[in-house]
Design a protein around this ligand. Sequence first.
Ligand code: PMP
Length: 414
Amino acid sequence: MRTFEELESAVRSYSRGWPTVFTKAKGYKLWDTDEKEYIDFFAGAGTLNYGHNDNAMQQKMIEYIQSDGIIHSLDMGTTPRKDFLERFKEVILTPRNLDYKIMFPGPTGTNTVESALKIARKVTGRETVISFTNAFHGMTIGSLSVTGNSFKRRGAGIPLHHSVSMPFDNYVDGHDSIVYLERFLEDSGSGVALPAAIILETVQGEGGINAARMDWLKKVEELCKRWDILLIIDDVQAGNGRTGTFFSFEPAGIDPDIVCLSKSIGGIGLPMAITLIKPEHDIWGPGEHNGTFRGNNLAFITAAEALKNWENDEFSKAVQEKGDFLKKAVEMLIEKYPELNGEARGRGLMQGIAIGKEGLASDICAEAFKRGLIVETSGPDDEVVKFLPPLIIDEEGLEKGLQLLEDSIQHVLN
Ligand code: PMP
């Protein structure tokens, strides 16, 4: 008899790092079949910014199901869809003076990226897209073609075309990588094709919590404007408040042409994605880009409920304060344990420690799991311990998690 794990394809990954069977979760905690408690510093890779099983979101779903609300509706008009769209405009777009059309590209992150890459090509009539070293944009062929991770790219088994990878900010020691980008675009007159778009994460999540500087982002935007290239911000992981503001690019004062959101946009962890498109680029006619699961009404309900957190500044301020607290704690650990050869990275509640000794980050995460902390590595060599706690975590949760982390560090260093 095959165990349930053997029944699954060898491609499964997370269950290997956390070899247990989880049963339930609330807020920033999970439990397994042995009723062992875990603190969640992972939040479904940034999908559970509002925590597990938020009471109000649960209640709204229950009421809707019990009233025979329509569950599946393709892209037909429904009350939850209408309510979500109106609230998104009222709470997110209008106060930020942003003008976007909202598209539902399909249920996941890679769907929003695919739609962005596709519409940018149609708008500009150009073929290539510039992306950055260590970027992660998804696993389907288009989004994989702009993903700067050779292991993941090799999964396609074929060369992936029409993508140009440039060094991300802070990537090239001692050089400002913007110079490379500028030079490349200047060369476009001499036989190098101008790209349709530049796609980037302001903080690379899977790529190792590399946070771009605000002035670097501003310069990328300037170059896009100068060369008439569309700027796509992939805010799938860094958006939805993860860095302290709803959109991760807000402090940079940039105005992207296209924004990709998924993961926590659904509020409670239900699959949902949206692509925000400047009205002048919204050129697809009806049905020119479609998909069956673009109308998840349960997700619209929990997404609309989640947006209540953004009706005033309190939620955002709290995330920034908790982010500062986490950053200080991470810096203290780095100072206390020089053997880690560590470097603090990140913004808001998207933080990490890059560890200068091979294999140590994975060992720390494995030990943390045994002690009841869910924490993951990221970066090209899995060299970064990455912290993405739910944004609703309180100080007690952060302290508890940090203590388990420190115990794990001590254990692996001894
Ligand atoms: N973009 C970014 C920045 C991501 O972090 C991810 C997922 N980790 C994706 C796109 C792809 O999302 P999904 O796994 O939902 O397709």
